[in-house]
Design a protein around this ligand. Structure first.
Ligand code: ATP
Ligand code: MG
Length: 302
């Protein structure tokens, strides 16, 4: 005999994914507002603390370094870290004609985070699902991104409300980048993230293995301090590609702690181990989205 509880819980799970939570008028406004954004890319992970926010920010900076026009939107409601990483903490976005203007980090790179609207960034936002979806919807249709080649979404860990809202609301997302670390525990949760994308029809652009290795600055030897193989294993299983391996690097910890990632990735030495790896990731994304053509959106003179 079939298990009624099992079949019921499966139905509930399916309904959650199939029923759009966003009322059609808002979905239309979001579509209208994002129509000049060519490629929308979500950065996700099955588990916290693997470096999603760093990878989102670094990818946006590297794409800007390659002269694409780029937006970076932090949708981590409970633990936003993009303002700290990019050095814009405490800045206030202003509004023009009823639209929010993201903070400019460079001529061709603008950033927005929910944290920038908080009275006090040390106090947590205590929001449930519907409120989170509403805030995300409003940010998506009220922000003036202008014409962009890439809009990168930094999402909280796991497969909860925020990634679901993005997958359901953002028109034609080009895909997801899944970030993981090399440990086998991370490998098990990265499968969950891949399955999430499959259920939502969100193409996976590739897996990024962060904290992949440490290169000794004295002798140049490579140390795989967090293990190895998990990303490759999941990639092979699902026919995906590991599109970047990013080292652990003390310069990176410093840049992330002091909000100087833009100086490192946007203007730093192109031969720096981390800069090289991140530019390699950006080039891979260009190759996958623009099929090697790499044509750029011209930056309006405003
Ligand atoms: N390659 C790296 N080398 C050195 N430090 C790193 C590296 N990647 C990430 N970190 C550090 O690891 C910590 C977690 O990074 P980050 O905040 O980007 O992760 P996250 O996945 O976005 O976390 P959360 O799940 O909380 O959103 C940060 O303190 C960051 O400075
Ligand atoms: Mg984060």
């Amino acid at each position: 005999m079939s298990n009624p509880v099992g079949s019921k819980s499966t139905n509930i799970r399916m309904r959650q994914f199939k029923t759009p939570r966003i009322p059609p008028p808002f979905a239309k406004q979001v579509e209208e507002n994002l129509k000049s954004v060519r490629y929308k890319i979500a950065v996700i992970s099955g588990k916290g603390g693997v470096g999603k926010s760093f990878i989102s920010a670094a990818l946006a900076l590297a794409l800007a370094r390659l002269e694409y026009s780029v937006g970076l939107l932090d949708l981590d409601v409970h633990g936003p870290s993009i303002p700290k990483i990019t050095g814009i903490r405490g800045m206030r976005p202003y509004a023009v004609n009823g639209k929010i203007e993201p903070i400019p980090l460079a001529e061709n790179l603008r950033v927005l985070s929910l944290e920038l609207f908080l009275e006090d960034y040390n106090k947590p936002l205590v929001w449930r699902g519907p409120l989170k979806s509403k805030a995300i919807t409003e940010l998506l249709y009220l922000t003036n991104w202008g014409s962009l080649d890439y809009l990168i979404f930094d999402l909280p860990p796991g497969t909860g409300d925020e990634p679901l809202s993005v997958a359901q609301l953002v028109p034609e997302p080009r895909g997801a980048i899944i970030v993981t670390t090399p440990s086998s525990l991370a490998g098990a949760v990265v499968r969950k993230a891949v399955e999430f994308c499959i259920q939502l029809d969100l193409p996976v652009l590739g897996i990024v293995e962060n904290m992949s290795y440490f290169k000794c600055p004295v002798c140049g030897s490579i140390h795989k301090i967090f293990g190895e193989g998990a990303a490759d294993e999941v990639a092979k299983e699902y026919g995906l590609e590991v599109i970047a391996r990013i080292p652990v690097h003390p310069d990176l910890s410093k840049a992330l702690d002091h909000g100087t990632l833009p100086q490192l990735i946007l203007y730093g030495d192109a031969n720096h181990e981390v800069v090289k790896a991140i530019i390699g990731l950006a080039e891979k994304i260009v190759e996958k989205t623009m099929h090697g053509k790499g044509e750029k959106t011209s930056i309006p003179n405003t």
